[in-house]
Design a binder for this molecule. Structure first.
Ligand code: GLU
Length: 513
C-alpha cells in the first residue's frame, strides 16, 4: 500500500439532499475506514456553483449524523489536510494545472462550444467510432495561441489522453477490467475562471488528502480510468478503487423518487429508527453473514471488507426496510419506546401522560411495540386511550353482528360498575401501572394488586360470559368495538385495564344505546 494509514473519504456535491445511494457510499467508506483503523473524511465538492447550496450541505451533514456516520476530518471538524471545500482549494488546482501544462500532459484549448460541436459532427460523419473533442488545440503553434488570446478568447485546460492505450485495471469490486483509452476524450480539467471540473479536482484532492481507498458508485468507473491517468501524469500512486453497483427498484430499474424517499431526513422525520435504516442500507450490496440480517454498527465495522461488496445491483425493498424498523422497535425497552416515540405524539398524547402518568403511558404504548415499525404510525392508533372514539366500519359491524350484543354490553357495564377495575386515566393510578407491564398474557402480580390486572379482568370476564350464557369468543368483539372503535389493537383485557372503570362503563353504555 501507498500510505501506512488508510484514509477514505465521502465527497458529496452539495447540490441536493443526502439520498439513499449517497448514504450507502458514505457508509461503506466509513465502515472501511473504521474497519482498517484509518481515517474517514468528508470533502465537499462544491465546484458547481450554480447548484451548490448551503442548505443542501446542512441536509447532507445532518443526514450523515442521523445515520451515525461520523467523520474525522472535514466540515465542522477541521483537519490537517484542509481546506475540505473545493472552492477554497482553487490555488491547488491552478498549481497542478500549470505543472501538467509545463510537462506536456495538458494543453490550452481555445475552442468555443460551437466549434467543438462542429468538430464532433465531422468526426461522427467519419464513423470511426470516436466522436468527442477533435483535439484541434493540441497542436496549436504559439502564434495561433497568441492570436486567440488577442481575440479575447479564454482557454480551458484539457488533459491529453493517450491515443489507444489498453489499460488493465483492478477494481476491488469488479475485479480485473480492461479499458481502451481510444474511447475517451481529451477532457477539460480547468475552466478559464479557475474552477476545476470533477475529475481534475478529485485527483488533486485525493493526492493532497492522501486518500488510499475510494468506494463510489459505478457511474464513476470510466471517470476512474481518466483519474488513473491523471495520477500517473502527476507522479502519484492512485488509490484502490471499488466501484459499486447502483441501487435498483424492485423491478430491477434505476431507483426513482417513486420508489424511495430521496432525502434521508425524510426517513428521520417519519420516525424510521436511524439504526434500522443504517442496518438496511448496509445490506444494499453487502452482507453481514448468511443467516443474519440484523446487526449493529459496531458489528458491521468488525466484519466489513470492501472486497465483500457484491457485484450485482441490489434492490431497494421498502417492505424489508419496514420489517427491519419493526425489528429494532420491538427490541427497545418500553421506556425507550416512549422516549423515542414522544416527538411523534405531541398532538395525540396529552403532556400530562408523559409526566404525571408515565407508568400508565408506558404500559399503554408498550401494547403497540409489536404493532408499529415507523413511529409516525403511532399517533393515529392511540386516540381511543384519550377520547371516546368514533366507530370504524369493522367495529360498527361487530357491534350488531349478534342481535343481543347491545344487551350484553349494557349488562357488562353494570357488572364492571361494581368491579375492581382500576380508576380511569387521568385519575391517580399509582400502584397499578407501576407493577403491571403490558402487553400481558398472564400477570403474576395480579394477586398482590388492590385492583384488577388484565389477567384478573379476563378471569372475571370469562366467568361473566358464562353466567350470561354467551360464548366468550362472541362476547369480546362488540366489547372491543365499544371500547376502542376498531377491531384491532392491544389485547382486550389490556384495553380494559388501561381505560379503567369510568371510561369502560361509559363507552359500554353509549354503545349499548
Ligand atoms: N462528488 C462526486 C459525486 O458526488 C464524488 C465522486 C467520487 O467519490 O469521486 O458523485
Amino acid at each position: 500500500m501507498i500510505h501506512s494509514t488508510p484514509r477514505l473519504r465521502f465527497a458529496p456535491s452539495p447540490t441536493g439532499p443526502l439520498h439513499l445511494g449517497g448514504a450507502r457510499t458514505a457508509m461503506y467508506n466509513w465502515a472501511a475506514a473504521r474497519a482498517l483503523g484509518g481515517t474517514f473524511l468528508l470533502r465537499i465538492e462544491d465546484t458547481d456553483q450554480a447548484r451548490s447550496t448551503e442548505a443542501s450541505l446542512r441536509i447532507i451533514l445532518a443526514g450523515l449524523r442521523w445515520l451515525g456516520i461520523d467523520w474525522d476530518e472535514g466540515p465542522e471538524q477541521g483537519g490537517d489536510y484542509g481546506p475540505y471545500f473545493q472552492m477554497q482549494r482553487l490555488h491547488l488546482y491552478r498549481e497542478a494545472a500549470d505543472r501538467l501544462l509545463a510537462e506536456g500532459h495538458a494543453y490550452l484549448c481555445y475552442c468555443t462550444p460551437e466549434e467543438i460541436e462542429v468538430g464532433r459532427k465531422e468526426l461522427e460523419a467519419l464513423k470511426a467510432g470516436f466522436s468527442g473533442y477533435n483535439r484541434r488545440c493540441r497542436s496549436l503553434s504559439s502564434e495561433q495561441r497568441a492570436a486567440f488570446e488577442r481575440d479575447g478568447r479564454k482557454p480551458n485546460v484539457r488533459f491529453k489522453m493517450p491515443d489507444a492505450r489498453v489499460m488493465q485495471v483492478h477494481d476491488l469490486v469488479r475485479g480485473h477490467v480492461e479499458v481502451n483509452t481510444k474511447e475517451l476524450d481529451d477532457w477539460v480539467m480547468l475552466r478559464p475562471d479557475g474552477v476545476p471540473l470533477y475529475n481534475f479536482a478529485c485527483v488533486v484532492d485525493d493526492i493532497g488528502m492522501q486518500i488510499t481507498h475510494v468506494v463510489r458508485g459505478e457511474e464513476h468507473f470510466l471517470n476512474g480510468i481518466k483519474q488513473r491517468l491523471l495520477f500517473e501524469a502527476l507522479g502519484a500512486e492512485c488509490p484502490l478503487y471499488a466501484h459499486i453497483p447502483l441501487i435498483l427498484n424492485m423491478e430491477g430499474k434505476k431507483l426513482s423518487k417513486r420508489d424511495a424517499d430521496t432525502n434521508m431526513l425524510d426517513y428521520r422525520d417519519k420516525g424510521f429508527p436511524a439504526e434500522a435504516v443504517f442496518n438496511y442500507i448496509a445490506l444494499l450490496g453487502w452482507g453481514f453473514s448468511g443467516d443474519r440480517d440484523v446487526f449493529t454498527r459496531a458489528e458491521m465495522v468488525g466484519a466489513f471488507k470492501i472486497e465483500g461488496i457484491g457485484k450485482s445491483g441490489s434492490k431497494f425493498d421498502e417492505e424489508k426496510l419496514r420489517w427491519m424498523c419493526g425489528e429494532y422497535v420491538r427490541h427497545w425497552t418500553p421506556a425507550e419506546f416512549v422516549q423515542r416515540a414522544r416527538p411523534w405524539l405531541a398532538d395525540a398524547v396529552p403532556t400530562a401522560a408523559f409526566t404525571t402518568h408515565a407508568a400508565w403511558l408506558q404500559n399503554a404504548l408498550a401494547c403497540y411495540q409489536e404493532r408499529v415499525a415507523i413511529l409516525n404510525e403511532l399517533a393515529a392508533k392511540v386516540g381511543w386511550l384519550f377520547a371516546d372514539p368514533a366507530m370504524d366500519e369493522a367495529a360498527a359491524k361487530n357491534l350488531v353482528k349478534d342481535p343481543a350484543s347491545k344487551q350484553w354490553l349494557a349488562a357488562y357495564a353494570e357488572h364492571l360498575q361494581n368491579s375492581n377495575l382500576p380508576p380511569s386515566w387521568p385519575a391517580d393510578r399509582q400502584g397499578v401501572d407501576d407493577v403491571v407491564h403490558l402487553p400481558t398474557k398472564k400477570d403474576a402480580t395480579a394477586a398482590a394488586c388492590a385492583f384488577w390486572t388484565p389477567s384478573a379482568i379476563e378471569h372475571d370476564c370469562r366467568a361473566f360470559t358464562e353466567t350470561l350464557g354467551v360464548k366468550f369468543g362472541h362476547f369480546v368483539h362488540p366489547v372491543r368495538a365499544a371500547l376502542t372503535g376498531t377491531d384491532k389493537g392491544p389485547g382486550l383485557f389490556d384495553v380494559l385495564f388501561l381505560l379503567g372503570k369510568d371510561t369502560c362503563v361509559r363507552r359500554l353504555r353509549t354503545a349499548a344505546t
